[in-house]
Design a binder for this molecule. Structure first.
Ligand SMILES: *Cc1c(COP(=O)(O)O)cnc(C)c1O
Length: 447
């Protein structure tokens, strides 16, 4: 958790998967979300954190959600369900893991008497989820760089209206890539990195994947597991969310299919259908949290597809860095296809899905990321209509009002807890796209 990335540049994965036995799953049926979370997380945490403390961390994290079920299911078709993962503070699914991660950090750093400086770049959802998880915590300061005037108003205000002394927003005069490059440069400036105990908030941290396994188990139990199998469709960017579904399946959850849903940034669809993993340009879409070419967590799946041969995966990653491409060999693609399907949903189809769901499901509104998931699910589901298909609903529609308005003609209202978002005072510092300017601002704030 504290390292994030392994020293050799690889990602951490469990040596072996803990097993969720049929008996254990039966026992968890009908239990609250927090009980399911405890059962799933405990084997990963082991003796590092005692049971009472872990239970308290989980209870406190999910008390921040405004729905008693944490991740409720809504039926949108015959055997088709949406799992609403956006009842946390920032209206996107990243809260599910971040709220746990922030508390785990605080606990572990407190025990060690350490303090860290979290520095991250965001194009939208990750920054606000990280800020909400860190606000007011004792053992961390957080600095989030966002591109000045290039995020949505809702996304920016969710970051800049948080009033806590350990939260610092930097509006960089540049693009998201500039923000990310500066964060990388700070990580590589070892003197700076050590002087402020810099740490990251990126999605490859194992402790962010782990709490996402829980809601797959939760949904499957709600729909009849272990006696019944379930399929999932997942709007995918960095492959973190859907990899958690793969982890659930490795742990014994009866999952028949995981559908990778991508927008027109479809490198994963190509890789999964043909083995061709060639980087392209990033195209901006209505579902910006999936506008990604390098899906960092995909490396974790490759590791298993290559029979846990770290050398083989390192060679692929090296090839990607050198040439911008690699090819997955056909036998391994075939193995992946036994569990994974992949679908690309373009912009017009995304709008069409938002409209269709609205018209046919009592004016229920899905956000554009979720719509990509629904579009993909509906292409795959006919193959096995008797298996419930759960689409992960990753954001509240009010986070992306422009796309929703384009589809159905009006803007969704912000939920009550954010109704006054536009009246709250904003705090951020506009800085030039210059490493030294950013470093000296951070040092000055910490002092
Ligand atoms: C981050 C995000 C995604 C993509 O999740 P990954 O774990 O990166 O695949 C999808 N939808 C929304 C709303 C997000 O914020």
């Amino acid at each position: 958790m504290l390292n994030g990335l392994a020293r050799d540049g690889g990602l951490y994965v469990p040596v072996e998967w803990p097993e969720l036995t049929t008996e254990q799953l039966r026992h968890l049926r009908g239990r609250p979300y927090t009980d399911v979370a405890f059962a799933v997380l405990k084997p990963f945490v082991g003796d590092c954190i005692d049971g009472d403390t872990l239970g308290a961390i989980i209870a406190d994290a999910y008390a921040q959600f405004d729905h008693e079920l944490v991740a409720p299911l809504v039926q949108t078709g015959p055997n088709e369900y949406l799992m609403e993962l956006w009842h946390g503070p920032t209206l996107a699914f990243k809260d599910v893991a971040m709220q746990v991660l922030g508390r785990l950090y605080d606990h572990v750093l407190g025990k060690r008497g350490q303090r860290v400086t979290l520095i991250g770049a965001t194009s939208g959802d990750t920054g606000s989820a990280a800020i909400e998880a860190t606000r007011g915590r004792e053992h961390a300061d957080i600095f989030i760089l966002h591109p000045h005037n290039r995020t949505s108003d809702v996304q920016r205000r969710q970051m800049t209206t948080v009033d806590a002394p350990n939260v610092h927003n930097i509006a960089l005069e540049g693009t998201f890539d500039d923000c990310q490059n500066l964060v990388k440069a700070m990580f590589n400036d070892h003197a700076f990195r050590e002087s402020v105990s810099m740490s990251g908030v990126n999605s490859i941290n194992w402790a962010r994947v782990m709490p996402q396994v829980v809601y797959y188990v939760w949904a499957a139990l709600s729909l009849g597991a272990p006696s019944r199998s379930v399929a999932f469709a997942v709007p995918t960017g960095n492959f973190g969310d859907i990899y958690a579904g793969y982890a659930a399946r490795q742990m014994g959850l009866p999952i028949t299919k995981l559908v990778i849903a991508s927008n027109i940034n479809d490198i994963l669809t190509r890789a999964m259908q043909t083995g061709d993993h060639t980087l392209g340009d990033v195209h901006p879409t209505m579902s910006p949290s999936m506008d990604i070419q390098v899906s960092s967590n995909f490396e974790r799946l490759l590791f298993d597809l290559y029979d846990r041969d770290g050398g083989a995966v390192a060679a692929l990653m090296e090839q990607l860095a050198q040439t911008g491409a690699f090819t997955i060999d056909p036998a391994r693609v075939a193995k992946a296809q036994e569990l994974f399907a992949a679908e690309r949903v373009d912009e017009a189809q995304t709008l069409d899905v938002i409209k269709r769901v609205y018209d046919r499901s009592a004016h229920y509104i899905v956000d554009p990321h979720t719509a990509v998931g629904v579009g993909a699910a509906r292409r795959e589901h006919p193959a096995e209509p008797q298996v419930p298909m759960v689409v992960l609903s990753t954001a509240h529609p009010a986070k992306f009002p422009d796309a929703v308005e384009k589809a159905i003609g009006h803007r969704p209202a912000l939920p009550d807890k954010l109704a006054d978002l536009y009246e709250r005072e904003e705090r951020f510092e506009v800085l030039p796209n210059d490493l030294n300017a950013v470093i000296s601002y951070i040092k000055q704030q910490l002092a």
